[in-house]
Design a protein around this ligand. Structure first.
Ligand SMILES: *[C@@H]1O[C@H](CO)[C@@H](O)[C@H](O)[C@H]1NC(C)=O
Length: 441
């Protein structure tokens, strides 16, 4: 008996050792393979611009520093590299607290000198004006007005979710008696969607005069180069509904996760490489190939322009319905646009992992090291692979949170015509405009 357990223990420890050794070998193999794919694909030269017409669009608010140091010169250079005949630059800025306007005026003059066509709107309307407007037909929310956040208007604030739920029934009784007890606030997302659609207007005006663009390139206030744009445009040989970069503020963490959904519509599993949860998206990123996703934006995104010209239902930016947002849900206009895009299912939405932009120079250099060095170390790859694996195992054990689905279902069941194509974009958040920016509620 004693001998037996001893033998059993020995066998167990031998099995454990074998598993450990196999895991190490497996990890080494994985790391080598990933490094090989990374090295091979980063050696590829960025493709030249084809003779395509590119419409460049961006919106700005209080981002003078990066515009002055990197973005504005990069846009001017990009427009010259594409060539004035094939490019239009559309920029919308409003109510910045810093001197963003004067940087854009310098860019305007620079583009003029290069003969680049453009529309640069410098709007004096501030967030404060938006907040103080009277309620518009859509894009507004009703919030219980008793909390002190109005006095705290200057602060970035969060209304505790618990308080919110407790307040609702009381608030409902109250509102019957005092109709204006509700605080009316504009939502952030419909506001942004409206501005983006405004920035798209020149596309339609040029169409009237017979000029049609092939691609629409949206830029955030990021550090980038013309070669980054060449690589992005050349994703899958130019065959995509949309293709996005990866964006970094504090490398190795990616920044913009609000609009990023993997091939199964799940949010990123982790902020570091290999980011994704679905096996299809993970496999691509490990092979250094364009990553199929349901949605992305990531600082820089290029769209096939065709859906924006659709004669009956041109693709446009939008928010989710106000009454759905009142259930404490939100979805990014940058995600919903992919959900609405008819081309997304046929040509796909892709993240190009070889295009990495940064929100300042330091971040950009960290993810684009000089002399063709790899931006990921072997340790980054090994820990990334294992953290991702653990994350998926843990998730499989846990109950999934169904709050968002339940709220969506309740909303849908309240009327027949209620439908949200971008269900995978939804998160448990409420975002409102504040006079000095925006906040979560
Ligand atoms: C860039 O941003 C990071 C993170 O916000 C910051 O730590 C760093 O100092 C910034 N670098 C520059 C040059 O501003």
């Amino acid at each position: 008996m004693l001998v037996r357990t001893r033998r059993g223990r020995l066998a167990l420890s031998r099995a454990a050792k074998t598993i450990a050794i196999l895991s190490v070998l497996w990890t080494i193999y994985d790391v080598l393979r990933v490094r090989h794919h990374l090295a091979r694909s980063s050696a590829v030269e960025p493709p030249q611009f084809r003779n395509e017409k590119i419409f460049i669009a961006s919106i700005h608010w209080t981002d003078e520093a990066v515009l002055r140091s990197h973005w504005a010169p990069a846009v001017a250079q990009l427009a010259r590299d594409i060539g004035p005949a094939n490019v239009f630059v559309s920029i919308h800025e409003s109510g910045s607290f810093d001197d963003t306007k004067s940087v854009l005026q310098i860019l305007d003059a620079d583009l003029e000198l290069s003969g680049v066509r453009r529309r640069i709107v410098l709007d004096d309307a501030t967030h404060k004006d938006e907040v103080e407007k009277s309620r518009a037909e859509s894009g507004w929310l009703r919030m219980p007005g008793e909390k002190s956040y109005r006095e705290n208007w200057t602060e970035w604030f969060t209304l505790e979710k618990g308080t919110w739920v407790l307040l609702l029934p009381i608030a409902f009784v109250f509102v019957m008696l005092h109709a204006d007890w509700w605080l009316q606030v504009p939502r952030r997302i419909p506001y942004l969607a409206g501005i983006r659609n405004q920035a798209m207007q020149p596309l339609y005006e040029l169409q009237q005069s017979g000029e049609v663009f092939d691609k629409v390139l949206w830029l955030n206030d990021v550090v980038f180069t013309t070669d980054d744009v060449r690589k992005l445009l050349g994703t899958r040989g130019g065959d995509y509904a949309a293709a996005c970069a990866l964006d970094f503020k504090k490398p190795p963490l990616t920044y913009d996760t609000f609009a990023l959904r993997d091939s199964e519509g799940s949010p990123a599993l982790m902020e570091t490489w290999p980011f994704f949860r679905s096996s299809e998206s993970r496999r691509a990123v490990k092979h250094g190939q364009p990553v199929p996703v349901a949605s992305c934006w990531n600082g820089m995104v290029v769209f096939d322009a065709a859906p924006f010209y659709h004669s009956e239902r041109p693709l446009a930016f939008r928010g989710i319905a106000d009454d759905l947002a009142e259930a404490h849900l939100e979805g990014s206009e940058c995600c919903l646009v992919h959900a609405d895009n008819a081309l997304s299912s046929s040509k796909g939405v892709w993240v190009n992992p070889h295009v990495r932009v940064g929100y300042n120079g330091t971040a950009y250099e960290a993810v684009n090291p000089a002399n063709g060095a790899s931006w990921l170390s072997s340790l980054d790859i090994a820990t990334g692979l294992w953290r991702n694996r653990m994350g998926r195992w843990l998730r499989a054990l846990h109950m999934t949170d169904t709050t968002v689905q339940q709220r969506l279902q309740t909303w849908q069941s309240q009327a027949l015509d209620r439908r949200e194509l971008g269900a995978f974009c939804l998160i448990d958040e409420m975002q409102i405009m504040l006079w000095n920016g925006w906040g979560h509620a």
